[in-house]
Ligand binder design. Structure first.
Ligand SMILES: C[S@@+](CC[C@H](N)C(=O)[O-])C[C@H]1O[C@@H](n2cnc3c(N)ncnc32)[C@H](O)[C@@H]1O
Length: 363
């Protein structure tokens, strides 16, 4: 019996075909979010209150062509240099532009002319609205970031929203990201994952591929891939199960389950493969704009301000050796090891049931 190969191992000619299928889907087939056939796209109701006024500042045509599957606005972005991979018509770029402010910048990359055209055509409108010009869009492939005029080691944060699954060479994408990030920078991205390896029949279905299901990685293959590229400790920030709403598509995917998930991958050389306990702790000062009561690092680290919060060595480094450092007090060092940090690892990381506080689908 043959094995189910991870989607990443496509031949060059297959990669070219997948690019064309995707360009056609996002350039011609889809005209707005309403044309999507899954609940991948999120409803405004699940957007945090502090983000709603920023989205209200974005041109309606840009909003109507939003095809993301999560929220890619991490905390503490003021002044940051941000890159958006597969920016589409630019909703996240224009939201992030307001969060980084006039001292920061946001670059969006996409391969589809029609998407970039919408993004570009409203640039002046947003400059006028925001009062500053800190956005640029580039045409390119996210697997070939080295072909673009982008300086290595120069980005604080790289985001992506429902795009990496569409890439036929996910290793190249993560390698390019690693090259462009500053030390201590992060890839913070939402994407679609499967609970098992996706069979060939689903991978080769152009609509399922275009709908961000066919190219989805089995979550554990993704975590291993990230580790192999040097992102030693991928952190899951949030997730939700996806529904395939069209009955005909649902029949084609059989027993596969899909999830939208947001991961953060820190570029930090000293992260360990597992969470080790050095008896360390942090105290969040409550100083990040829009996050004064708590700072959520990931699904397992919801850090209340003012409280002594025990952390493993990797979490300590993610907070200490990144842009978050100034917002924390740090207790301890790496001089004494106490074994494995309690409660780490193992099994499907996603919630199979929709959480009650995110009952509505989320864009
Ligand atoms: C699902 S849409 C998401 C768009 C955008 N992030 C958003 O949230 O609205 C996927 C986008 O990724 C772009 N894309 C897919 N594969 C790409 C690749 N290999 N290189 C560059 N862009 C790509 C498509 O053109 C499309 O605009």
């Amino acid at each position: 019996m043959g094995t189910v190969e991870p989607i990443n191992k496509l031949l060059i000619c297959e990669r070219k075909i997948m690019h064309e299928v995707v360009q056609d889907y996002y350039g011609k087939t889809l005209q707005s979010s309403a044309d999507l056939q899954t609940t991948a796209c999120c409803d405004i109701s699940s957007v945090p209150d502090w983000l709603k006024p920023l989205l209200a500042n974005i041109h309606p045509e840009v909003l109507s062509r939003y095809y993301g599957c999560g929220l890619v606005c991490p905390a503490s972005l003021q002044g940051c240099k941000v890159l958006d991979l597969g920016c589409g018509s630019g909703r996240d770029v224009y939201a992030l532009a307001q969060l980084v402010g006039s001292e920061g910048s946001v670059t969006g990359i996409d391969m589809t002319d029609e998407q970039l055209h919408v993004a570009e055509s409203h640039k002046a409108w947003h400059v006028d609205r925001f009062g500053f010009d800190n956005v640029q869009f580039l045409k390119g492939y996210i697997e070939k970031l080295d072909e673009l005029d982008l300086e290595a080691g120069s980005f604080d944060v790289i985001v992506s929203n429902c795009v990496v699954n569409l890439s036929p060479d996910k290793t190249a994408v993560l390698e390019g990201v690693s090259r462009l990030l500053k030390p201590g920078g992060e890839l913070y991205f939402s994407d679609v994952y499967a609970d098992r390896r996706v069979p060939q029949s689903v991978r080769e279905d152009p609509v399922l591929y275009g709908e961000c299901l066919g190219g989805a990685l089995y979550w554990n293959d993704f975590e291993r891939l990230a580790q192999s590229v040097g992102f030693a400790d991928p952190r899951l920030f949030e997730d939700r199960p996806l529904e395939v709403t069209a009955p005909e598509l649902s029949a084609r995917i059989g027993n596969l389950s899909f999830f939208s998930a947001t991961y953060r991958l820190f570029k930090l050389d000293d992260l360990e493969p597992d969470c080790e306990d050095y008896g360390q702790a942090v105290v969040y000062k409550g100083t990040i704009t829009n996050h004064s009561n708590r700072f959520v690092l990931d699904k397992h680290h919801d850090i209340e301000s003012g409280r002594i919060f025990p952390v493993c060595g990797n979490t300590w480094r993610m907070l200490h050796d990144s842009r978050f450092s100034q917002h924390f007090e740090f207790i301890g060092d790496f001089s004494r090891h106490f074994g494995m940090f309690e409660g780490c690892g193992g099994g499907l990381p996603f919630d199979v049931e929709q959480q009650s506080d995110s009952a509505e689908p989320c864009c």
